[in-house]
Design a protein around this ligand. Structure first.
Ligand code: NAD
Ligand SMILES: O=C[C@H](O)CS(=O)(=O)O
Length: 493
């Protein structure tokens, strides 16, 4: 299993600060391993707080010039970057798959999806309109202008190493902010390759900066930004636990916060649902990225009347999913990101079985001619799931589909909402009155109605409750990176 690229120079192991690729000040590196084999295949810079400060210095110095560029200039930079990403899709997808594990076909899709945010915000950059307020007082003119918040620190997860960072950098640059980014320690190479292309797109020095670090250095690196008053916003995608740390530690300098956090998505199949459509929608939502997705269904509620028929259809479909390495064109589920992740999945399955679940398919790690490493887990369907199980309350983040049984709409809505999280929720029903009732009552930021594929750059992505706040994408996405300034001009008579 080797990583061959048309452009090997896309693989970088330095930081990019103030327009320069550079080693960390301590000149230390940390190893990157391939999830399929657990073998080390690359290194990345192990930065320190001093490296983080250098990046903040560069972004702060570049801000005034970047914010005063014509919006068209910022837009054209983003469009050039977008085109370079599309031109290098295959290399970016191979780097992404090699370090994160997802099948190549999914990685290609992620490149296109991430690039769509850059294209979208290249246009939104031209629409940061203000207002002229009709004056109610003689001799005064009241106006509103939108202004970029300033230096933005972007911290991203490993599960979508390109899309998540593109979804943050694009609106920030479009708004006129400058960016300091830290990708997840497991998957830095994809983000670094993106920055190579941003440099080729002609972004001015200091506008986009990226530093990498191992997990044990993260608090130092991000901590330097949290206490730096020049950093005006933190945009974070990751676990709720870390999101709470960032919210607490950025309070001292009252930074803007966008938090895209964990989920515990319900997926409800009502008795009037199209069962074949519901099975397909569940497979798309649940097993994308091997279930390592913040919006993937974590609890599947099936009405008693259709429970057995749905379970039978689902098992037939799940059993046919191909588990294999990233570079096998017919792989549909790759390895989990690391041993910690697969251990958690194993714990959830064991706990469910101990609390009364029945295993219909999967349930264990697998190793075979296709799945040759230690981090592959069989796509799994469990029935008789109940609220006493860990997987009912914690995000499994793996290819596990536990089926819960219900009888009434009221009962299932209460169960679906019985979680501190509120990112995505899904339901299948052909009863139009029920569609409006359930959409209204579901306590999530995103609702899939007879649909399992909800991602789009044109839609506002984000959660409620402990899944965070702020929205990414859509015409609302720029708001998170802009301040509203009110101008009042008097003595005009
Ligand atoms: N809402 C969304 O859009 C979304 C998208 C993807 C993933 N997620 C969530 O992310 C989680 C999985 O991703 P993960 O394991 O990378 O999450 P994580 O929270 O462990 O890490 C995310 C990022 O935060 C950094 N980090 C870790 N500890 C930190 C600390 N103490 N201070 C500052 N930064 C720190 C990591 O280095 C990484 O870059 C899941 O809960 C998933 O639901 C949410
Ligand atoms: O894991 C979380 C991602 O935001 C999922 S999506 O690709 O945006 O749907």
């Amino acid at each position: 299993m080797t990583l061959t690229l048309n452009r090997p120079e896309l693989i970088r192991n330095g930081n990019f600060i103030n327009g320069q690729w550079q080693n960390g000040l301590q000149n230390e590196q940390y190893p990157i391993s391939n999830p399929a084999t657990d073998l080390l295949f690359a290194q990345a810079t192990n930065s320190t707080a001093d490296d983080a400060k250098l990046a903040a210095d560069a972004a702060y110095s570049a801000f005034e010039n970047w914010r005063h560029q014509p919006a068209k200039t910022r837009s054209q930079c983003l469009l050039r970057w977008h085109q370079l990403i599309l031109d290098n899709t295959e290399d970016l997808a191979r780097i992404l798959s090699f370090e994160q594990g997802k099948p190549l076909i999914e990685a290609r899709g992620e490149v296109t999806y991430g690039a769509s945010y850059i294209d979208w915000f290249a246009s939104e950059a031209l629409r940061t309109y203000g207002d002229i307020i009709p004056n109610v007082v003689q001799g005064k003119k009241l106006m509103v202008v939108k202004e970029p918040v300033g230096v933005v620190a972007a911290i991203t997860p490993w599960n979508f190493p390109l899309a998540m960072i593109a979804r943050k950098i694009a609106p920030a640059l479009a708004a006129g902010c400058t960016v300091i980014a830290k990708p997840a320690e497991d998957t830095p190479l994809t983000a670094l390759a993106l920055v190579v292309l941003a440099e080729e797109a002609g972004l001015p020095a200091g506008v986009l900066n990226i530093v990498t670090s191992s997990r044990d250095r993260v608090s130092d690196v991000v901590g330097a930004w949290l206490t730096d008053s020049r950093v005006r916003k933190i945009t974070f995608t990751g676990s709720t636990a870390v999101g709470k740390i960032l919210a607490r530690e950025s309070a001292a300098t009252l930074k803007h916060l966008s938090l895209e956090l964990g989920g515990n998505a319900p997926f409800i199949v009502f008795e009037d649902a199209d069962l074949d459509a519901a099975v397909e929608g569940l497979v798309v939502a649940k097993f994308r990225n091997g279930g390592q997705t913040c919006v993937c269904p974590n609890r599947i509620f099936v009405h008693d009347r259709v429970y057995d028929a749905f379970a039978e259809k689902l098992v037939a479909r799940v059993s046919s999913l191909k588990v294999g390495p990233w570079d096998q064109e017919d792989s549909q589920i790759g390895p989990m990101i690391n041993d910690r992740a697969i251990d958690k999945i194993q714990r959830h399955v064991q706990d469910a079985l101990q609390h009364g679940a029945t295993l219909l398919t999967g349930g264990t790690r697998i190793q075979n001619a296709m799945a040759t490493g230690p981090n592959y887990f069989a796509p799994t369907v469990l029935t008789n799931a109940n609220q006493n199980m860990q997987l009912a309350h914690d995000e499994t983040f793996g290819p596990i589909a536990p089926l819960f049984r219900f009888n009434t709409e009221e009962e299932v809505i209460n169960a679906a909402n019985d979680t501190p999280f509120g990112l995505a929720g899904y339901f299948y029903s052909n009863d139009i009155k029920r569609v409006w009732r359930v959409s209204d009552k579901m306590q999530t930021g995103i609702v899939g109605i007879n649909e399992g594929a909800i991602a789009s750059e044109t839609a506002p992505f984000g959660g409620v409750k402990e899944s965070g706040y702020g929205r990414e994408g859509s015409r609302y996405g720029l708001d998170d990176y802009m301040d509203t300034k009110y101008l009042c001009q008097g003595n005009l008579d």
